[in-house]
Each structure stands twice: as C-alpha cells, then as structure tokens.
Design a protein around this ligand. Structure first.
Ligand SMILES: Cc1cc2nc3c(=O)[nH]c(=O)nc-3n(C[C@H](O)[C@H](O)[C@H](O)COP(=O)(O)OP(=O)(O)OC[C@H]3O[C@@H](n4cnc5c(N)ncnc54)[C@H](O)[C@@H]3O)c2cc1C
Length: 458
C-alpha cells in the first residue's frame, strides 16, 4: 500500500486549485491527486477535432474528465459572484467566499489570463432596460478566458504543481475504506493510504459520490435539476449586450406558471457542443478568445429550474429521462427552428436548408415538443418573447433551439464550515459537494481546503 498524507480524488478546478495552494504554502504534506480521465495533452474530443461527426461515447469523456475537469474545454468564464454559481458563501461567509474568488482570479491573471477583460454588470444601463420588461439582470463580474487561453493557463498551473504534487491519470477510484485512522483509496490497479482524503469528483462523479455517502452514512439532500434548450442566433442580435457585459444572467418569472427561467452560459461568436454525462448526450456551448476561431453566432442556454418534494427525490433521474428521450429520437441532440416550434411542426432537413442561421453543431432536425414537457416548453417560449423586447430578433423563426440542455446538480453533501464530512479527515469540494456549481466557486473551495491542510502539515 502506497502511503500519502493527503489524497485528492479528481483533478478538476477544485482539485487543481487545492494542489496549487498546497504547492504555494509551506508544508510537509505528501500529496497525491488521482484522476480518472486523461492528462491535459490527451484531452481531445473526437468531435471537436472534426475527425468524426457524432459522439462515440469514449471510455472517459474528454469534455468532462481529465486534468482540469469539466472546465478545461469549457468557455472558461469565471464569474465572481455569490448570486449564482453555488452556495459557498453559506458555509464560508460572504466576505471569505468573495475574497477567495478574487484570489482565484489573481492566480488566473498571473498564469496568463490578464489580457482577458473583467466585465461587470454593476451600473450597467442594461439592468434598467431589462427591468422595464420584467427581466432581472443579476450582479456579477466575469472574466472570459476562452477555451484556448484556459487550456494554456491550466498547463502553466500544471508546470507549477507537478514537482510538488504526485498526479496519476487514467485511474478511477473505485472504492474507499475508512480505517481507524485515515482511509484506503482503491483503484483498479493499486491501493493507497492517506490520513486526509479530499473528494473533488465534480458532476461526472455524482453517482459515485452518492454511493460513498450511502456507504458511510453521510447525509445528502436532493438538489434541483435545470432543463431547457440552447439557443443559437446571429451574434449581431445580442452584440449590444455581450459587448457590454459579456455574460448576462437574466431571470424572468413567467406569467403562465410563475416559474423562473434564466439565461445561462452565454457564448458570443461561439459554437454549440455536445456533452456526454455517463452516456447521456446533452448540449452545451463555448467560445474561443482567438478572433480567428470565432463563428458568426452567439449561443446561450434558457433553463427552467425543477425542484421536487416528497415522494419524488431523484431530480437528476428526471433530467436524465428527458435527455434520454431526445437521444432516443435524435440519436443525440435535437435541433428545431423557433418558427417550427411555435407552429407545432418538426424541423426537417428541407426546412433547415432554407434557414438563414447556420447551425454550428451538426444535430438532427426534429420536434422538441415530443421531448420537453409542456410546462418547461411554454416557459421557454414565453422567455424568448420577453427577451425579444431587449434583443429584438431573438423571436425570429430562424432562431435555433438545441435540446436538451440539462444542468444536473449533485445532491448536497452534509459538510461543516470547513467542508469536512462527519468522517474526520474526509472533505468534499467543488461541484461534487453540491455546494458549488461553477468554476470560480469550485476553485475557491479548493483554495480554502488547501489552506486548511497546508496549515495542518506545517
Ligand atoms: C462544457 C462545459 C462548459 C462549462 N462552462 C463553464 C463556464 O464557462 N463557467 C463556469 O463557471 N462553469 C462552467 N462549467 C461548469 C464547470 O466546469 C464546473 O462547475 C467545474 O468544472 C467544477 O469543478 P470541480 O472540480 O468541482 O469538478 P470537475 O471539473 O467536474 O472535475 C472533477 C474531476 O473528477 C474526476 N473524477 C470523477 N470521479 C472520479 C473517480 N471516481 N476517480 C477519479 N477521478 C474522478 C473527473 O474525471 C473530473 O476530471 C462548464 C461545464 C461544462 C461541462
């Protein structure tokens, strides 16, 4: 059995930033980070490389797994806010959560992110314009790194930590045993021992972490699931918004159901991509900072939040079932023109040929009303008409809707203010804890626990 003081499971944003902090601060801990996905240089999605057209369900999805986690091939938008992106402030307090997010931003800048502008919605005129139409723009600062710059920064962080932190890739942790003092961490080929164990397994590890919590009697609370579509339209329609605030989180309460719908993950001049979570194909988007890699379109998600009460608890299963329906009908992601959706007809190949907006993702034209429940679909249509008042053109019949976009949230794991479970020495970080849902907050949680353990091993 190979012995360490600290083992981090998962090399996503939270694991990497914890490693960064433990490298930076003086301490004697022997640290190992175990990651089931690939090292950075191996992380190529076959679709992105245009070698193939459709998701082939690789053994580990390069979009979701590997060094840097789900954030590596993302758009790299770091939102500094406690208004969305997680509840870290409820555990650490508002000031500490903000301070840590600014600290993460500082590191990103030192590692090559300083050329990327820090946008802010504070004092934006857009806020007032939106309010006049009952649309609510949330407060945030956002630094958009872009996928290309994001990868370079993660590579620099790797160089910084590699001599201090042992890292192994393509090694999935299968099980954990709780010893009288410390833990056994079991992968297919090896068993490790550590005194302090950090679970940083993100969204893709949600089922595994639930099993671990059940095994050790750690309480979890079912979280919400957000269901919706990815909207794609000519970038010019949102230019006045994206050029001012880049990412606008706009919330709207629908008249019909009083449900909340929000915009999410805006990618000016970006492209729509698929995402594979445990074999279920959903849609997402990203954009590059390099102008040569920009497309003519902007994309963003429109999401409706669903939280269930007794007797149904498995909100992720609800989201998965809806995504499975679209996978069944379209073999993956479905694509429909807004005009076809409101007219109650499917989008066909023939109709798509007449469409002025050119899709950036090859998806099967179809009918989203056969997949998304009426309530969510009505909410989305109402939101599109509401947004049309501040961005005229979005309700155009050639606006593209890809479905389904599902935001799965991990069940909230019961942790104390140090993000430690009731098992002494077992911490849960980032999205895997259900406490954070974003790059900034996940990274901040890593820095926080990194500081706690660096002090312990001084
Ligand atoms: C396409 C896409 C775009 C996104 N864009 C943005 C964005 O622009 N801004 C933003 O704020 N958020 C974005 N997000 C969300 C963001 O990526 C996450 O909030 C963030 O990555 C969470 O970090 P984490 O460390 O908690 O988990 P992750 O980044 O998911 O990392 C967890 C790691 O643990 C590994 N792992 C899981 N189980 C095991 C196991 N049993 N053994 C070993 N390793 C394991 C996984 O392979 C993974 O690499 C995006 C997500 C996706 C998928």
């Amino acid at each position: 059995m190979i012995k360490y003081d600290v083992i981090i499971i998962g090399a996503g944003a939270s694991g990497v930033f914890m490693s960064y902090e433990m490298t930076k601060l003086k301490n004697n801990a022997k640290v190992l980070m175990i990651e089931k996905g690939n090292a950075l240089s191996e992380r190529v999605c076959p679709i992105d490389g245009k070698k193939i057209k459709e998701c082939i369900s690789c053994k580990t999805c390069n979009i979701m797994n590997g060094y840097g986690g789900a954030g590596t091939l993302s758009d790299g938008k770091y939102n500094i806010t406690t208004q969305f992106g997680g509840d870290l402030h409820r555990y650490l307090g508002e000031d500490m959560a903000n301070e840590l997010m600014y600290y993460v931003d500082e590191i990103l800048c030192q590692m090559g992110g300083s050329d990327a502008k820090l946008y802010s919605t504070t004092n934006s005129n857009l806020k007032t314009v939106a309010l006049r139409h009952d649309l609510h723009l949330l407060d945030a600062k956002v630094r958009h790194l872009g996928t290309d710059r994001n990868i370079k920064i993660l590579s620099k962080i790797y160089d910084y930590i590699k001599d201090r932190i042992d890292m192994i890739f393509n090694a999935e942790v299968k099980d954990i045993q709780n010893l009288e003092k410390g833990f056994c961490v079991i992968t297919e080929n090896e068993t490790y021992y550590c005194e302090d164990l950090v679970l940083a397994t993100g969204r893709s590890g949600s089922k595994w972490i639930s099993q671990i919590c059940n095994k050790f009697g750690i309480e979890t609370e079912s979280n919400r699931v957000d269901i919706g579509v990815r909207v794609e339209l000519p970038a010019a329609i949102f230019e006045h918004i994206t050029s001012e605030v880049y990412e606008s989180k706009i919330v709207y309460k629908t008249e019909k159901y009083n449900d909340m719908v929000r915009t999410f993950c805006m990618n000016p001049y970006g492209e729509v991509v698929t995402e594979n979570t445990n074999g279920i194909i959903t849609v997402n988007g990203h954009s590059y900072s390099d102008p040569k890699l920009r497309t003519e379109n902007t994309n963003f998600a429109l999401l409706v939040s669903n939280k269930f009460t007794e007797p149904f608890k498995d909100s992720n299963e609800y989201g998965e079932s809806i995504a499975r329906l679209s996978n069944m009908l379209g073999g993956g992601v479905l694509l429909q023109r807004f005009g076809d959706l409101v007219k109650g007809r499917r989008s066909s190949q023939r109709r798509m040929e007449k469409c002025f907006t050119r899709p950036t993702l090859k998806a099967v034209p179809g009918d989203l009303s056969l997949v998304i429940p009426k309530r969510q679909l009505d909410n989305i249509i109402e939101m599109i008409y509401a947004l049309d008042k501040i961005a005229p053109g979005i309700a155009n019949e050639d606006t593209l809707l890809y479905g389904v976009e599902v935001k799965f949230y991990n069940s909230k794991v019961e942790v104390n203010d140090d993000l430690q479970t009731n098992l002494k020495g077992m911490y849960v970080l980032g999205d895997g804890s259900g406490v954070t849902h974003s790059l900034s907050q996940a990274s901040a949680s890593g820095v926080y626990v990194g500081r706690i353990l660096a002090e312990k091993y001084q």
